[in-house]
Design a binder for this molecule. Structure first.
Ligand code: NAP
Ligand code: GDD
Length: 347
Protein backbone atom coordinates (compact mmCIF):
# COMPACT_ATOMS: atom_id res chain seq x y z
CA UNK A 1 0.00 0.00 0.00
CA UNK A 2 1.37 3.42 -0.97
CA UNK A 3 1.98 5.95 1.78
CA UNK A 4 1.34 9.68 1.32
CA UNK A 5 2.28 12.47 3.70
CA UNK A 6 0.24 15.69 3.46
CA UNK A 7 1.50 18.82 5.18
CA UNK A 8 -1.38 21.22 5.91
CA UNK A 9 -3.91 18.35 5.98
CA UNK A 10 -6.40 20.41 8.01
CA UNK A 11 -6.68 23.15 5.37
CA UNK A 12 -9.09 23.29 2.44
CA UNK A 13 -6.85 21.46 -0.03
CA UNK A 14 -5.33 19.05 2.50
CA UNK A 15 -8.76 17.76 3.46
CA UNK A 16 -9.87 17.13 -0.14
CA UNK A 17 -6.54 15.54 -1.01
CA UNK A 18 -6.73 13.25 2.03
CA UNK A 19 -10.19 12.09 0.90
CA UNK A 20 -8.97 11.57 -2.67
CA UNK A 21 -5.88 9.55 -1.68
CA UNK A 22 -7.85 7.58 0.86
CA UNK A 23 -10.27 6.52 -1.90
CA UNK A 24 -7.29 5.56 -4.07
CA UNK A 25 -6.22 3.14 -1.33
CA UNK A 26 -3.30 5.11 0.13
CA UNK A 27 -2.25 5.05 3.75
CA UNK A 28 -2.59 8.78 4.52
CA UNK A 29 -0.41 10.64 7.02
CA UNK A 30 -1.11 14.26 7.79
CA UNK A 31 1.08 16.85 9.45
CA UNK A 32 -0.74 19.24 11.76
CA UNK A 33 0.67 22.07 13.78
CA UNK A 34 -0.32 22.41 17.37
CA UNK A 35 -3.04 24.94 18.16
CA UNK A 36 -4.99 25.70 21.32
CA UNK A 37 -8.17 24.36 19.68
CA UNK A 38 -8.24 21.03 17.81
CA UNK A 39 -8.66 22.65 14.41
CA UNK A 40 -9.70 19.60 12.37
CA UNK A 41 -13.29 20.17 11.26
CA UNK A 42 -12.36 19.63 7.58
CA UNK A 43 -11.04 16.12 8.23
CA UNK A 44 -13.14 14.93 11.18
CA UNK A 45 -15.31 12.77 8.90
CA UNK A 46 -12.26 10.73 7.86
CA UNK A 47 -11.98 9.38 11.38
CA UNK A 48 -15.56 8.10 11.47
CA UNK A 49 -15.19 5.52 8.73
CA UNK A 50 -14.38 1.84 8.95
CA UNK A 51 -10.87 1.98 7.60
CA UNK A 52 -9.96 5.07 9.67
CA UNK A 53 -6.75 3.33 10.70
CA UNK A 54 -5.50 4.44 7.26
CA UNK A 55 -5.41 8.12 8.34
CA UNK A 56 -2.76 9.23 10.84
CA UNK A 57 -2.04 12.69 12.22
CA UNK A 58 1.39 13.80 13.39
CA UNK A 59 2.41 17.09 14.95
CA UNK A 60 5.01 19.18 13.13
CA UNK A 61 5.71 22.58 11.67
CA UNK A 62 7.29 23.73 8.41
CA UNK A 63 9.51 26.11 10.36
CA UNK A 64 10.87 23.28 12.53
CA UNK A 65 13.18 21.10 10.43
CA UNK A 66 13.63 18.64 13.27
CA UNK A 67 9.90 17.84 13.27
CA UNK A 68 10.01 17.27 9.49
CA UNK A 69 12.99 14.93 9.83
CA UNK A 70 11.25 12.97 12.58
CA UNK A 71 7.98 12.62 10.65
CA UNK A 72 9.56 11.66 7.32
CA UNK A 73 11.88 9.16 9.03
CA UNK A 74 8.92 7.58 10.82
CA UNK A 75 6.48 7.50 7.88
CA UNK A 76 8.87 6.83 4.98
CA UNK A 77 6.28 8.16 2.51
CA UNK A 78 6.20 7.34 -1.20
CA UNK A 79 4.72 10.77 -1.90
CA UNK A 80 4.78 14.07 -0.01
CA UNK A 81 2.27 16.82 -0.78
CA UNK A 82 3.55 20.07 0.68
CA UNK A 83 0.39 22.13 1.14
CA UNK A 84 1.23 23.77 4.47
CA UNK A 85 1.67 27.52 4.19
CA UNK A 86 0.69 30.89 5.56
CA UNK A 87 -1.69 31.22 2.60
CA UNK A 88 -3.32 34.62 3.14
CA UNK A 89 -1.88 37.16 0.70
CA UNK A 90 -3.07 40.28 2.54
CA UNK A 91 -1.89 38.98 5.91
CA UNK A 92 1.56 38.32 4.40
CA UNK A 93 2.04 42.13 4.37
CA UNK A 94 1.48 42.11 8.17
CA UNK A 95 3.66 39.05 8.93
CA UNK A 96 6.28 38.96 6.15
CA UNK A 97 9.00 37.30 8.29
CA UNK A 98 6.75 34.45 9.39
CA UNK A 99 5.42 34.05 5.84
CA UNK A 100 9.00 33.72 4.57
CA UNK A 101 9.85 31.20 7.30
CA UNK A 102 6.91 28.92 6.56
CA UNK A 103 6.40 29.39 2.80
CA UNK A 104 10.03 29.77 1.65
CA UNK A 105 12.44 28.31 4.25
CA UNK A 106 9.82 25.69 5.13
CA UNK A 107 10.13 24.27 1.61
CA UNK A 108 13.90 24.18 1.94
CA UNK A 109 13.53 22.41 5.32
CA UNK A 110 11.39 19.75 3.68
CA UNK A 111 13.68 19.25 0.68
CA UNK A 112 16.76 19.00 2.89
CA UNK A 113 15.04 16.51 5.18
CA UNK A 114 14.12 14.26 2.24
CA UNK A 115 17.58 14.61 0.66
CA UNK A 116 19.44 13.84 3.89
CA UNK A 117 17.25 10.88 4.78
CA UNK A 118 17.81 9.58 1.24
CA UNK A 119 14.33 8.04 1.04
CA UNK A 120 13.71 8.87 -2.62
CA UNK A 121 10.05 9.90 -2.32
CA UNK A 122 8.20 12.13 -4.78
CA UNK A 123 7.36 15.68 -3.66
CA UNK A 124 4.53 17.97 -4.74
CA UNK A 125 5.07 21.66 -3.95
CA UNK A 126 1.94 23.85 -3.78
CA UNK A 127 2.91 26.82 -5.89
CA UNK A 128 0.59 29.59 -6.98
CA UNK A 129 -0.64 32.06 -9.58
CA UNK A 130 0.46 34.77 -7.09
CA UNK A 131 3.92 34.33 -8.70
CA UNK A 132 2.58 36.32 -11.69
CA UNK A 133 2.30 40.10 -11.86
CA UNK A 134 -1.39 40.07 -12.74
CA UNK A 135 -0.78 42.38 -15.69
CA UNK A 136 -3.61 41.80 -18.19
CA UNK A 137 -1.17 42.16 -21.11
CA UNK A 138 0.61 38.96 -19.99
CA UNK A 139 -2.59 36.91 -19.69
CA UNK A 140 -3.55 34.14 -19.99
CA UNK A 141 -0.65 33.07 -17.78
CA UNK A 142 1.05 29.73 -18.43
CA UNK A 143 4.28 27.88 -17.51
CA UNK A 144 6.30 30.25 -19.71
CA UNK A 145 4.91 33.54 -18.37
CA UNK A 146 7.50 35.49 -16.37
CA UNK A 147 7.15 35.75 -12.60
CA UNK A 148 6.84 39.10 -10.87
CA UNK A 149 5.18 38.61 -7.47
CA UNK A 150 3.49 41.53 -5.74
CA UNK A 151 3.31 40.37 -2.11
CA UNK A 152 5.56 38.88 0.60
CA UNK A 153 3.47 35.71 0.11
CA UNK A 154 4.20 35.67 -3.63
CA UNK A 155 7.92 36.23 -3.05
CA UNK A 156 8.12 33.47 -0.43
CA UNK A 157 6.28 31.10 -2.79
CA UNK A 158 8.66 32.08 -5.59
CA UNK A 159 11.57 30.95 -3.41
CA UNK A 160 9.70 27.68 -2.79
CA UNK A 161 9.18 27.25 -6.54
CA UNK A 162 12.81 27.93 -7.46
CA UNK A 163 14.38 25.88 -4.68
CA UNK A 164 12.16 22.93 -5.63
CA UNK A 165 13.49 23.23 -9.20
CA UNK A 166 17.08 23.47 -7.96
CA UNK A 167 16.71 20.26 -5.93
CA UNK A 168 15.08 18.52 -8.89
CA UNK A 169 17.90 19.51 -11.24
CA UNK A 170 20.84 19.21 -8.84
CA UNK A 171 20.00 16.02 -6.95
CA UNK A 172 17.70 14.31 -9.48
CA UNK A 173 14.88 14.39 -6.93
CA UNK A 174 11.28 13.95 -8.15
CA UNK A 175 9.94 17.37 -7.18
CA UNK A 176 7.13 19.19 -9.01
CA UNK A 177 5.51 22.61 -8.68
CA UNK A 178 1.77 22.97 -9.19
CA UNK A 179 1.14 26.56 -10.28
CA UNK A 180 -2.45 26.49 -9.12
CA UNK A 181 -4.85 29.36 -9.74
CA UNK A 182 -7.50 30.18 -7.11
CA UNK A 183 -9.65 27.23 -6.16
CA UNK A 184 -12.54 27.40 -3.76
CA UNK A 185 -15.12 25.26 -1.98
CA UNK A 186 -17.40 25.24 1.07
CA UNK A 187 -14.23 24.39 3.08
CA UNK A 188 -12.48 27.61 2.02
CA UNK A 189 -11.30 29.75 4.96
CA UNK A 190 -13.67 32.63 5.69
CA UNK A 191 -10.85 35.15 5.28
CA UNK A 192 -10.79 34.51 1.50
CA UNK A 193 -13.13 36.63 -0.58
CA UNK A 194 -15.38 33.92 -2.11
CA UNK A 195 -16.21 32.34 1.24
CA UNK A 196 -16.49 35.74 2.92
CA UNK A 197 -19.16 36.66 0.33
CA UNK A 198 -20.93 33.31 0.60
CA UNK A 199 -21.10 33.44 4.42
CA UNK A 200 -21.77 37.20 4.49
CA UNK A 201 -24.72 37.18 2.08
CA UNK A 202 -26.30 34.24 3.90
CA UNK A 203 -26.03 36.09 7.20
CA UNK A 204 -27.58 39.18 5.62
CA UNK A 205 -30.39 37.10 4.12
CA UNK A 206 -31.16 35.47 7.50
CA UNK A 207 -31.12 38.85 9.26
CA UNK A 208 -28.04 38.06 11.35
CA UNK A 209 -26.21 41.09 9.99
CA UNK A 210 -27.05 44.15 7.92
CA UNK A 211 -24.12 44.47 5.55
CA UNK A 212 -20.65 43.24 4.71
CA UNK A 213 -17.43 45.16 4.06
CA UNK A 214 -15.08 44.30 1.20
CA UNK A 215 -12.01 45.68 -0.60
CA UNK A 216 -11.23 45.74 -4.33
CA UNK A 217 -14.36 44.67 -6.22
CA UNK A 218 -12.71 44.95 -9.64
CA UNK A 219 -9.94 42.43 -9.06
CA UNK A 220 -10.28 39.44 -11.38
CA UNK A 221 -9.56 35.84 -10.52
CA UNK A 222 -9.62 32.47 -12.28
CA UNK A 223 -11.73 30.53 -9.76
CA UNK A 224 -11.99 26.72 -9.92
CA UNK A 225 -13.40 23.99 -7.65
CA UNK A 226 -10.84 22.73 -5.11
CA UNK A 227 -11.45 18.92 -5.18
CA UNK A 228 -10.73 18.85 -8.94
CA UNK A 229 -7.41 20.61 -8.36
CA UNK A 230 -6.30 17.94 -5.88
CA UNK A 231 -6.71 15.28 -8.53
CA UNK A 232 -4.35 17.32 -10.72
CA UNK A 233 -1.76 17.39 -7.90
CA UNK A 234 -1.92 13.60 -7.64
CA UNK A 235 -1.68 13.20 -11.43
CA UNK A 236 1.47 15.34 -11.44
CA UNK A 237 3.19 12.84 -9.14
CA UNK A 238 2.17 9.88 -11.33
CA UNK A 239 4.14 11.15 -14.36
CA UNK A 240 7.38 9.51 -15.51
CA UNK A 241 9.36 12.76 -15.40
CA UNK A 242 8.93 15.54 -12.86
CA UNK A 243 7.70 18.79 -14.37
CA UNK A 244 5.68 21.88 -13.43
CA UNK A 245 2.08 22.58 -14.49
CA UNK A 246 -0.38 25.46 -14.49
CA UNK A 247 -3.79 24.35 -13.23
CA UNK A 248 -6.65 26.75 -14.00
CA UNK A 249 -10.09 27.05 -15.61
CA UNK A 250 -9.13 29.62 -18.27
CA UNK A 251 -12.04 31.88 -17.26
CA UNK A 252 -11.78 35.02 -15.21
CA UNK A 253 -14.39 36.89 -13.16
CA UNK A 254 -14.33 39.94 -10.92
CA UNK A 255 -15.14 39.97 -7.21
CA UNK A 256 -18.20 42.05 -8.16
CA UNK A 257 -19.40 39.28 -10.53
CA UNK A 258 -18.96 36.72 -7.75
CA UNK A 259 -21.22 38.84 -5.50
CA UNK A 260 -23.83 39.25 -8.24
CA UNK A 261 -23.90 35.51 -8.98
CA UNK A 262 -24.13 34.69 -5.25
CA UNK A 263 -27.03 37.17 -4.88
CA UNK A 264 -28.89 35.37 -7.66
CA UNK A 265 -28.64 32.06 -5.76
CA UNK A 266 -30.21 33.75 -2.70
CA UNK A 267 -32.80 35.67 -4.74
CA UNK A 268 -31.29 39.03 -3.77
CA UNK A 269 -31.56 41.73 -6.45
CA UNK A 270 -28.38 43.82 -6.06
CA UNK A 271 -27.61 47.14 -7.72
CA UNK A 272 -24.45 49.27 -7.44
CA UNK A 273 -24.36 52.98 -6.60
CA UNK A 274 -21.43 55.39 -6.21
CA UNK A 275 -17.76 55.07 -7.15
CA UNK A 276 -14.46 54.00 -5.54
CA UNK A 277 -14.49 53.93 -1.76
CA UNK A 278 -18.07 55.30 -1.79
CA UNK A 279 -19.48 52.50 -3.89
CA UNK A 280 -22.33 50.57 -2.29
CA UNK A 281 -24.24 47.42 -3.13
CA UNK A 282 -27.96 47.95 -2.52
CA UNK A 283 -30.70 45.35 -2.19
CA UNK A 284 -33.31 46.64 -4.66
CA UNK A 285 -36.22 44.98 -2.87
CA UNK A 286 -35.50 46.44 0.58
CA UNK A 287 -33.52 49.54 -0.46
CA UNK A 288 -30.91 48.62 2.20
CA UNK A 289 -27.14 48.82 1.69
CA UNK A 290 -25.71 45.31 1.91
CA UNK A 291 -22.15 45.85 0.61
CA UNK A 292 -19.77 48.66 1.51
CA UNK A 293 -16.10 49.26 0.81
CA UNK A 294 -13.57 49.24 3.66
CA UNK A 295 -10.01 50.32 2.75
CA UNK A 296 -8.55 47.87 5.30
CA UNK A 297 -9.28 45.07 2.82
CA UNK A 298 -7.17 46.62 0.04
CA UNK A 299 -3.60 45.39 -0.31
CA UNK A 300 -0.54 47.65 -0.54
CA UNK A 301 0.05 46.00 -3.93
CA UNK A 302 -2.44 43.96 -5.92
CA UNK A 303 -2.39 41.18 -8.51
CA UNK A 304 -5.33 42.55 -10.50
CA UNK A 305 -5.92 40.07 -13.28
CA UNK A 306 -5.45 36.31 -13.23
CA UNK A 307 -6.55 34.01 -16.00
CA UNK A 308 -4.68 30.73 -16.45
CA UNK A 309 -3.77 28.77 -19.55
CA UNK A 310 -3.70 25.11 -18.51
CA UNK A 311 -3.28 23.58 -21.99
CA UNK A 312 -0.13 21.71 -20.91
CA UNK A 313 -2.03 19.95 -18.09
CA UNK A 314 -4.97 19.22 -20.38
CA UNK A 315 -2.63 17.55 -22.86
CA UNK A 316 -0.14 15.71 -20.63
CA UNK A 317 -2.18 15.03 -17.50
CA UNK A 318 -5.49 14.67 -19.31
CA UNK A 319 -6.89 17.02 -16.67
CA UNK A 320 -9.60 19.59 -17.21
CA UNK A 321 -11.88 21.55 -14.88
CA UNK A 322 -15.46 20.30 -14.70
CA UNK A 323 -17.28 22.81 -12.49
CA UNK A 324 -18.33 26.12 -14.07
CA UNK A 325 -18.05 29.47 -12.30
CA UNK A 326 -21.84 29.61 -11.90
CA UNK A 327 -21.96 26.12 -10.37
CA UNK A 328 -19.03 26.85 -8.06
CA UNK A 329 -20.84 29.90 -6.65
CA UNK A 330 -24.02 27.84 -6.25
CA UNK A 331 -22.17 25.01 -4.44
CA UNK A 332 -20.61 27.46 -1.98
CA UNK A 333 -23.67 29.63 -1.33
CA UNK A 334 -26.03 26.67 -0.92
CA UNK A 335 -23.61 24.95 1.49
CA UNK A 336 -23.54 28.09 3.65
CA UNK A 337 -27.33 28.40 3.38
CA UNK A 338 -27.68 24.87 4.80
CA UNK A 339 -25.15 25.71 7.54
CA UNK A 340 -27.02 28.91 8.38
CA UNK A 341 -30.35 27.02 8.59
CA UNK A 342 -28.83 24.33 10.86
CA UNK A 343 -27.38 27.05 13.07
CA UNK A 344 -30.72 28.86 13.33
CA UNK A 345 -32.47 25.62 14.33
CA UNK A 346 -29.85 24.91 17.03
CA UNK A 347 -29.82 28.42 18.56
P1 NAP B 1 -5.24 26.74 3.86
O1 NAP B 1 -6.69 26.33 3.90
O2 NAP B 1 -4.84 28.04 4.44
O3 NAP B 1 -4.41 25.55 4.51
C1 NAP B 1 -3.06 25.70 4.83
C2 NAP B 1 -2.71 24.68 5.89
O4 NAP B 1 -1.32 24.83 6.22
C3 NAP B 1 -3.49 24.83 7.20
O5 NAP B 1 -3.89 23.55 7.64
C4 NAP B 1 -2.46 25.43 8.15
O6 NAP B 1 -2.64 25.07 9.49
C5 NAP B 1 -1.19 24.81 7.64
N1 NAP B 1 0.01 25.57 8.02
C6 NAP B 1 0.22 26.90 7.91
N2 NAP B 1 1.46 27.20 8.34
C7 NAP B 1 2.03 26.05 8.74
C8 NAP B 1 3.29 25.71 9.29
N3 NAP B 1 4.22 26.64 9.52
N4 NAP B 1 3.55 24.41 9.57
C9 NAP B 1 2.61 23.45 9.38
N5 NAP B 1 1.38 23.72 8.86
C10 NAP B 1 1.10 25.00 8.55
O7 NAP B 1 -4.75 26.76 2.33
P2 NAP B 1 -5.28 25.95 1.07
O8 NAP B 1 -6.23 26.82 0.33
O9 NAP B 1 -5.69 24.61 1.50
O10 NAP B 1 -3.96 25.89 0.18
C11 NAP B 1 -3.05 24.82 0.28
C12 NAP B 1 -1.71 25.23 -0.31
O11 NAP B 1 -1.87 25.60 -1.68
C13 NAP B 1 -1.06 26.43 0.36
O12 NAP B 1 0.33 26.22 0.33
C14 NAP B 1 -1.43 27.60 -0.53
O13 NAP B 1 -0.48 28.62 -0.42
C15 NAP B 1 -1.42 26.93 -1.89
N6 NAP B 1 -2.31 27.50 -2.90
C16 NAP B 1 -3.64 27.63 -2.65
C17 NAP B 1 -4.47 28.11 -3.65
C18 NAP B 1 -5.95 28.25 -3.42
O14 NAP B 1 -6.60 28.95 -4.21
N7 NAP B 1 -6.52 27.60 -2.42
C19 NAP B 1 -3.94 28.47 -4.90
C20 NAP B 1 -2.57 28.31 -5.11
C21 NAP B 1 -1.77 27.81 -4.11
P3 NAP B 1 -3.54 25.95 10.51
O15 NAP B 1 -4.95 25.47 10.30
O16 NAP B 1 -2.95 25.59 11.81
O17 NAP B 1 -3.36 27.38 10.13
N1 GDD C 1 -9.59 38.29 1.22
C1 GDD C 1 -10.29 39.32 0.71
N2 GDD C 1 -11.16 40.00 1.51
N3 GDD C 1 -10.08 39.66 -0.58
C2 GDD C 1 -10.82 40.68 -1.08
C3 GDD C 1 -11.73 41.40 -0.32
C4 GDD C 1 -11.92 41.05 1.06
O1 GDD C 1 -12.69 41.62 1.79
N4 GDD C 1 -12.30 42.35 -1.11
C5 GDD C 1 -11.76 42.22 -2.32
N5 GDD C 1 -10.85 41.22 -2.31
C6 GDD C 1 -10.00 40.81 -3.47
C7 GDD C 1 -8.51 40.76 -3.16
O2 GDD C 1 -7.96 42.07 -3.21
C8 GDD C 1 -8.04 39.84 -4.28
O3 GDD C 1 -7.79 40.58 -5.43
C9 GDD C 1 -9.22 38.92 -4.53
O4 GDD C 1 -10.34 39.49 -3.83
C10 GDD C 1 -9.00 37.50 -4.02
O5 GDD C 1 -8.55 37.55 -2.68
P1 GDD C 1 -8.45 36.23 -1.78
O6 GDD C 1 -9.71 35.50 -1.81
O7 GDD C 1 -7.91 36.67 -0.46
O8 GDD C 1 -7.42 35.31 -2.56
P2 GDD C 1 -6.00 35.65 -3.24
O9 GDD C 1 -6.22 35.62 -4.72
O10 GDD C 1 -5.39 36.85 -2.66
O11 GDD C 1 -5.12 34.41 -2.79
C11 GDD C 1 -5.61 33.08 -2.90
O12 GDD C 1 -5.28 32.56 -4.17
C12 GDD C 1 -3.86 32.43 -4.42
C13 GDD C 1 -3.73 31.88 -5.85
O13 GDD C 1 -3.81 32.93 -6.76
C14 GDD C 1 -4.97 32.25 -1.76
O14 GDD C 1 -5.58 30.99 -1.73
C15 GDD C 1 -3.47 32.07 -1.98
O15 GDD C 1 -2.96 31.18 -1.00
C16 GDD C 1 -3.27 31.48 -3.38
O16 GDD C 1 -1.90 31.31 -3.64
Amino acid sequence: MKKALITGIGGQDGSYLAEFLFKKGYQVYGMLRRSSTFNCQNIEHLFNIKESNRVHLLYGDMTDVDSLLRIIKEVKPDEIYNLAAQSDVRVSFDIPFYTAQSDAIGVLNLLEAVKNLNIGCKIYQASTSELFSGDKREAPQNEKTSFNPKSPYGVAKLYGFEIAKVYRESYKMFVVNGIFFNHESPRRGENFVTRKISVGLNEIKSGKKEKMFLGNLDSKRDWGYAPEYMEAAWKMLQQKTPQDFVIATGETHSVREFIEEACKVLDIDITWKGKGLNEKGIDKKTGKTIVEIDPQYFRPNEVSYLCGDSRKARKILNWKPKTSFKDLVKIMVEADLRREKRHNICC
